[in-house]
Design a protein around this ligand. Structure first.
Ligand SMILES: C[S@@+](CC[C@H](N)C(=O)[O-])C[C@H]1O[C@@H](n2cnc3c(N)ncnc32)[C@H](O)[C@@H]1O
Length: 261
């Protein structure tokens, strides 16, 4: 399914500012809680991702990266993967780029997640992505620097979605593109099954394997709070993006938001 902007929001969600992990009273407390949460699960993050998604996550990263292959294969293209975590989306972009002149940077504010990414990229010689520890809401890059900015399953965790979008627009060149891959909430029978799995089964397995209680309860709650596609597309337009679309992946369990500066 492909939705462009302009449609009336079909889900009546409140206009949330950003992620609010339990106990966080303001944006800086929310960001701190998110960073600590990912740092605490970093050692088991990859394994849990593949188990809990039954390896579908690999298909989603590849599909999202393939969408941008024209930009990725442009000589000297500059690409940023925001909230890169342990780097799997960044590596998917690298594989699609082929072209070694494409400069790919992965940025995340959890040092522990980036350490994993760095470890995984050691075998990639000269074409390995560069890794930068940075907050997505205050990026250390000049205006109009990147041809493409992506984020996979990270944007939803920002403490302020509009500020996150404004920062993406700031660092994109004119005509540059952004791609935000994140979970959605499928409707109908698939939705009911998905909710059962996501809310009842996933938090139990996640807690058991990671040994940490909070993060896998926070995950379904954060997806439930995240703006519905039509609302998110409106926010993208407000931030200065055009040609905005949302494409459902796996019946809407995930989806890719795209926009052009
Ligand atoms: C669910 S993980 C996704 C990692 C990776 N992109 C993937 O697809 O597996 C979310 C990541 O976003 C990062 N993150 C959340 N808020 C951030 C922020 N404000 N700035 C930078 N990174 C952030 C977390 O540290 C975490 O590594």
């Amino acid at each position: 399914m492909n939705r462009s902007s302009g449609a009336v929001p079909d889900v009546n969600k409140p206009d949330v500012i950003g992620a609010t992990p339990p106990g966080a009273q303001d944006k800086s407390a929310a960001a701190k809680a998110v960073r600590e949460m990912f740092t605490s699960i970093a050692p088991r993050y990859d394994m849990l991702n593949h188990v809990l998604s039954m390896n579908v996550d690999r298909i989603w990263w590849r599909r999202a990266a393939r969408t941008f292959r024209q930009i990725l294969r442009r000589p000297n293209a500059r690409v940023l993967d925001l909230c890169c975590g342990t780097g799997d989306m960044t590596f998917a972009l690298r594989r699609q780029a082929r072209n070694h002149s494409t400069r790919i940077v992965g940025a995340d504010f959890s040092h522990a997640m980036l350490e994993r990414a760095t470890g995984k990229s050691q075998s990639q010689n000269g074409s390995a992505p560069a890794w930068i520890e940075a907050d997505a809401l205050r990026l250390p890059f000049p205006d109009a620097h990147f041809d493409l900015v992506t984020s996979a399953f990270g944007f939803r965790n920002l403490a302020d979605y509009d500020a996150g979008l404004r920062e993406i627009v700031r660092i994109l060149r004119a005509d540059g593109e952004c791609g935000i891959l994140d979970f959605g909430e499928p409707r109908g029978a698939v939705g009911a099954l998905y909710r059962l799995y996501f809310k009842q089964v996933l938090p139990r397995i996640g807690t058991l394997i990671s040994g940490v209680r909070g993060p896998y309860k926070y995950l379904p709650a954060s997806v439930e709070r995240f703006p519905a596609p039509e609302q998110m597309l409106e926010r993208m337009k407000r931030a200065g993006l055009r040609d905005v679309t949302w494409t459902a992946y796996s019946l809407g369990i995930a989806g890719l938001y795209r926009g052009r500066k």
